[in-house]
Design a binder for this molecule. Structure first.
Ligand code: F3S
Length: 66
């Protein structure tokens, strides 16, 4: 699984980072500016929680190929 971030749409709500601070690391001005984040198996649940927390829908989960 990986996380894809529409970095141009992030407006700094920071709810992703509150839900999953190890995965969603904001930059110095409080924006998520990492377009792609690798997710290990044990981080999948928290990744989904963080993605779902963004009110702008900036974060998409891409499931691993079977
Ligand atoms: Fe940005 Fe959404 Fe997180 S607006 S800081 S990606 S909650």
């Amino acid at each position: 699984m990986r996380i894809l971030v529409d970095v141009g749409s992030c407006c700094g709500h920071a709810r992703c980072a509150e839900a999953a601070p190890d995965l969603f690391v904001l930059n110095d001005i409080g924006y998520l500016d990492t377009p792609e984040i690798a997710v290990s198996e044990d981080q999948e649940a928290i990744a989904r929680r963080g993605a779902g927390a963004c009110p702008e829908g900036c974060i998409t989960i891409e499931e691993a190929e079977a």
